[in-house]
Design a protein around this ligand. Structure first.
Ligand code: MG
Length: 331
């Protein structure tokens, strides 16, 4: 069974409980529960496991603590919400290092401060092997502004909020035991200390111009497949429009990797992925620019199923299927 199949089975069981206050359960970045007529609560949870999601050889504990918060807060940003409260559970092996655990906790605290989020509880448990971090973030949003994955329309432009593949390149550099070269600082930072796009998420939600949104955690191919599936549509990505930072090309050349693979299949960018009508393009650009952010259009939503990467190669047009080429946690 792969990860998607297991989630579908669990979803079928969860769907048996009908509560009118539950506006969205499994299947989006957050569960959405009505709080008042105007407000909803957003719930998200993420677990990071040693050797699966982080490696102690290169991840400083304080940055790991920050990252654990950021990846959770990113799911709140993906709905256009504001993070409010955090629950933090830490599993430690019997021989854990006090200083390491304190630095990690300091990172969690610093990130909470940065996002205006309050640590309200959690748990510490003993782990037979390896460290685990599980966080729950509770956020809030205006009910009529929440952005889901299922609202994309045929013909919508697809946007991302920043250059892609940087975190994947940073991870590859860490694995390749590179020496933290200054020129690749941006790539290391993208992997070790990502930042959730909360302000942009809220700005997009307020604008009323966006039809669907999520955050990029598993890579463009996998994440866009979620928007397609939930919206009953397909997508066409234009290879030449993918936002590629020059430093990504440099790292790709150094490691003998393909920068396009990182941009499409690389996870953990924590940028926002969203769609909006082409008739809203100018207004959207203006709203986003006024808030000090940049948009990168990368393709179109279409009625035909499947996600294809369109490219021009030596005057020849190619279309490559890229569904779920990103990260499956069980593969
Ligand atoms: Mg997400």
């Amino acid at each position: 069974m792969n990860e998607r199949e297991l989630i579908q089975r669990i979803d079928a069981m969860a769907g048996l409980n009908i509560d009118p206050a539950l506006l969205c359960g499994i299947g989006d970045d957050c569960a959405v529960v009505r709080k008042t007529d105007e407000l909803v609560l957003l719930y998200t949870m993420d677990t990071l496991i040693e050797s699966v999601h982080f490696d102690l050889r290169w991840h400083p504990p304080e940055l790991l603590g920050k990252k654990a918060v950021s990846v959770n807060v990113s799911d709140i940003a993906a709905m256009g919400g504001n993070p409010c409260y955090l629950l933090f559970s830490l599993g430690l092996p019997p021989d854990f290092d006090d200083q390491w655990a304190l630095s990690l906790s300091k990172g969690v605290g610093r990130a909470c401060e940065q996002y205006g989020c309050l640590l309200i509880g959690g748990d510490t448990v003993s782990s037979p092997a390896g460290i685990t971090l599980t966080l729950t973030v509770i956020g809030e949003a205006r009910a009529e502004q929440v952005l889901y994955r299922n609202g994309a329309q045929p013909g919508d432009s697809i946007y991302v909020s920043g250059p892609l593949g940087l975190a994947a390149a940073g991870l590859a550099l860490c694995k390749g035991k590179m020496g933290r070269e200054e020129e690749f600082k941006q790539l290391y930072e993208a992997h070790l200390d990502p930042h959730a796009r909360v302000e942009l998420g809220k700005c997009l939600a307020r604008s009323g111009l966006v039809n669907s949104m999520m955050d990029l955690s598993d890579g463009l191919a996998t994440d866009l497949a979620h928007i397609c599936e939930r919206s009953g549509l397909g997508a066409r990505i234009r290879c030449e429009q993918l936002p590629c930072d020059p430093v990504l090309e440099k790292a790709a050349a150094l490691l003998g990797q393909d920068s396009i693979d990182w941009m499409i299949g690389g996870g953990e960018d924590y940028e926002l992925l969203f769609t909006a009508s082409t008739s809203a393009t100018e207004r959207l650009q203006e709203v986003v620019a006024n808030a000090g952010h940049v948009l990168y259009p990368v393709g179109r939503m279409v009625r035909e199923q499947g996600i294809f990467l369109l490219a021009e190669d030596a005057g020849k047009r190619t279309a490559t299927a890229i569904d779920y080429r990103g990260f499956d946690h069980f593969s």
